[in-house]
Structures are given as C-alpha cells and as structure tokens.
Design a binder for this molecule. Sequence first.
Ligand code: PRP
Ligand code: ADE
Length: 348
Amino acid sequence: MSFSRRECVWAFRPPCGHGEGPEERRSRDPKSSVRAPPKKAGGGGKFTLGRPGDEGAAGDERAYDERRTDPEDGEAYTFDELMDYYRGQYKKKALEEYWENECAPLRKKKTKGKPAAKVEVGASPAIPEPTPKSKAKFKTQAKKLSAEDLETDGPLAREIAPVIPFFPFKQIERFYDIQGLLKHPKLLNAACALMAKRFRKLGATKVAAFEARGFLFTLVAIKMGVPFVMLRKSGKMPNTISSAPYTKEYAGVDSICIQKDIVAPGDKVVLLDDLVATGGTMCAGVELMKACEAEVVECACMVELRALKGRERLMKAGAKAVWAMMTEELLTTAAALPEGYVDDGEAH
Ligand SMILES: O=P(O)(O)OC[C@H]1O[C@H](OP(=O)(O)OP(=O)(O)O)[C@H](O)[C@@H]1O
Ligand SMILES: Nc1ncnc2[nH]cnc12
C-alpha cells in the first residue's frame, strides 16, 4: 500500500475548539446547575451536542431531576435511575463518567413561568416520564447482552446467523446477503448494541466504516455517541486521500478514500464492515488510518470468512486486533432460489 506524494502532504490540523473545556459551555447564570447549550462555532443549534472536539466533555455539576438518554436503549433516565440499575455492576465513578460522556442530555422544556400543565398549543411536547414498562424494557435489553455475546459466535450471533442467507452470486458459491438481517429491525438493533458495548469498552473515539455495507452500522456510532466516518470507494467524496488499489474475493479492483481532517492524529478508531473475506478492504482502511496517524483499536466485522485468511493479512499489515461477531461456520442458510434465478452480479 502506498500513497502518492500529493496525497500524503496534507497538513493535520488539531481538532477545532481545542482548549475549550466544559467551563465555556456552562450557563453564566450562577443559580443554574445545568450546562448551557453551546453558543456558536458549531453549537447552539436545535440538536447540537457542542463544538467539534468537545463531544462528551465532562462536567462536575448534576441536576438531580435531569434526564439523559442512555445510548444502550435510547431511553431517558435520571442519574439515580441509572445507578439503581447498574448497582453492583459498575463503580459510581465509572457510572458518573458514563453519564457525563455517553448519555446525551435532553433539552429542557421552556415553560416561561407558566404551570407545566398549561403548555400552549405549538409548544414542544413534554418529555415523557419513563414508565415502569420502559424501565423494564431497558433492563431486559441490557441484560440480554452478556459477556459471551461479545465473543465470536456467541448466543446473539447464533440467533442472527440463520437470517443471513447465501446465494450463488458474483461467480462465488456463497455470497452472504446482509439484506436478510435488515429485514429484522430488532436483531439489527441488538447487533448494533452489542458492537457499541464492545467498542465502548475499547475506548473508541470514532467508528470508520466501509462503503457500502459497512454503512448499515451507523447505529453503532449513534449508540456510542461518537462520530461515524465514511470510508468510500475513491472518487465519490471531495477533499480526500485514497488508498492503493486492492482486489477482493470476487473480480474487480477497488480503492477507498477518506476525507482529510475527519480523523485526527491520536483518535482511537474502530474499523467496521459487514464482512471480511480476503481482508483487502480492511487492510486499505488500516493504511488510511496510518496516514491519519490514528490508532486502530480493532478491525471489526459481522462475518469473517476465515478460510480466506484476511485476519493473517491484516495482522501482517499491522492491525492490533481483529474481531468478528460470527464466523462462516454459523452461516448455513442456503437461499431458496426462485425459478429462473441467474447470477447477475457485477464487479464494482
Ligand atoms: O475482505 P475483502 O475481500 O476485501 O471483501 C470484503 C468486502 O467486500 C464487500 O464489499 P464490496 O467492496 O463488494 O462493496 P459493497 O459493500 O458496496 O457491496 C464487503 O462488504 C467488504 O467490504
Ligand atoms: N462471500 C461474500 N459474501 C458477501 N460479501 C462478500 N464480500 C466479499 N466476499 C463476500
């Protein structure tokens, strides 16, 4: 893998907002214990989480009635409710960090001094209180993910595998069709929750995924509350650097690109794709991360075709760790081919 001189000389800029800590984001109202929304430079918008570079900035003040969204299940909780649930599993300090860094604050409803019950027509709807039912759902979802699930071919992987059928396609006997999983939103959500949990433990600051099927996992980054980075086939995005060309399991040569400055030196990146076959695609990702001076904390995929030795190729290319949710051994569902089925796959 190599880069042309022109591609390599672009300058690395430090993340914007560098040096602006949580202090700048706090309300100037001395009575307020809630952090004020950021005012400008990428902040202050309806849905903004702050300026680039200060995502997850920790604060030291906490309003007891404040609710935040737990990325694990997307529901809102107070800190005490989270503490109750995780009691015995995590230390208070770890939970405080989770609360500050991972759980997104909800916007407070503006009542302009009127009683809460008399919300005017057109005002934003009240933030719903979590019901006992939603709390129960939260607990079941979180409990479903065991340490075993985080390992290759774990219980959740075994539940997912049967919905990913294989077709004879692109001149190969077993082309695994991820569309099967997309038909099952709950399984897709659970798969993303599993990955989010795993990558959070690795301390990942960004998830970089490969066009096109890697993009099906944006939800992982959303759950983690970290930026999602697109690694696209070359020529499809402005302001990029490209990898050297590589071949894949089926015919065709590709190269991928990344936008300059989207990954900063020192970022801890998970490279994510639906499938690793020969490892050519993932290796190109490793090379791009090297060019960005980022650390690849894991090369991750949903399916690994071990027979094609992508893992070995990746380790040679300098990858620290390769993880797959499942191996090909679990993928035994042959697609029911309709009459007249033809392999109309193209190299791309
Ligand atoms: O390990 P490798 O041999 O490199 O093969 C794996 C890659 O091949 C597939 O993508 P493809 O490039 O076909 O693109 P697509 O997702 O757009 O179909 C797959 O989604 C991986 O990205
Ligand atoms: N066997 C396979 N099935 C699905 N996607 C692939 N990409 C590379 N090899 C593949």
